[in-house]
Ligand binder design. Structure first.
Ligand code: ADP
Ligand code: MG
Length: 216
């Protein structure tokens, strides 16, 4: 557990940070700096008992799991790739909404490729999600782990298909890819360290309740 006696909230920069600001405001938490402007990784707030730590989106569950952060906000996509041990997931915040999809180059006949039983090369950062999806469909796949820019993989000849999150579809379109299968809906979730929830309940409960009220 971290030695800050207040609440440490783990957030990622960009979309999650922006869309979390109104939720934090409802709990009377206003970060003192914008992480896009500042290089600081620990950001104070208007409340001396609350601080924010800025981490990579995929690292948020890890900070919360080990208690380095008491609370965090993480996409369901990220949580599906994490074992979730020691993490309580009380709320769907309905922010950063998108879909997890299978996408292929326009013109690639995915359906007949799969029906033929051919092995599909799939590039993704969502290895667990992809493995489960294709296993459930009985499709044989070679999974190739990437850390970003999945759209490039089919264009460069690294893979036949990708598994990625899609919202407007404009990135797929710009790279001549089409979504051929929806895997699941994605949105950001509040996550809480289970031990902190017991030991810092008086501090954490009002924040969780304030978030819940906004989401309703
Ligand atoms: P990173 O590039 O480090 O993965 P992003 O800011 O792109 O970080 O994504 C953070 C989270 O926002 C993702 O884990 C996902 O839950 C969500 N997300 C990603 N892409 C989109 C999108 N196009 N529309 C809505 N939410 C998205
Ligand atoms: Mg991104």
């Amino acid at each position: 557990m971290n030695d800050f006696s207040g609440i440490t909230v783990a957030l990622s920069k960009g979309r999650i940070f922006e869309e979390t600001l109104p939720l934090l405001a409802a709990a009377d938490i206003v970060p003192a700096e914008d992480p896009e402007q500042s290089r600081k990784l620990i950001i104070a707030t208007n409340r001396s008992d609350v601080r924010v730590v800025i981490v990579r989106a995929s690292d948020v569950p890890t900070y919360v799991q080990y208690g380095a952060a008491d609370l965090g906000i993480a996409g369901k996509d990220v949580l599906l790739e994490h074992d979730g041990v020691g993490i309580y997931q009380p709320l769907d915040l309905k922010i950063a909404s998108c879909r997890m999809c299978v996408a292929v180059p326009a013109g690639f006949d995915y359906t007949s490729y799969v029906q033929r039983g051919a092995r599909l090369k799939v590039a993704t950062k969502y290895i667990n999600t992809a493995r489960e999806h294709f296993a459930a469909k009985g499709v044989h796949v070679d999974l190739i782990k990437l850390y970003g820019s999945m759209e490039l993989a089919p264009l460069a000849g690294l893979a036949d298909a990708i598994v990625d999150v899609v919202s407007s579809g404009s990135t797929l379109k710009a790279n001549h890819l089409v979504a051929v299968e929806d895997i699941c809906n994605i949105s950001a979730r509040l996550i809480v360290n289970q031990a902190a929830l017991k030991m810092k309940r008086e501090l954490l409960q009002p924040v969780i309740e304030a978030f819940a009220k906004v989401v309703k």
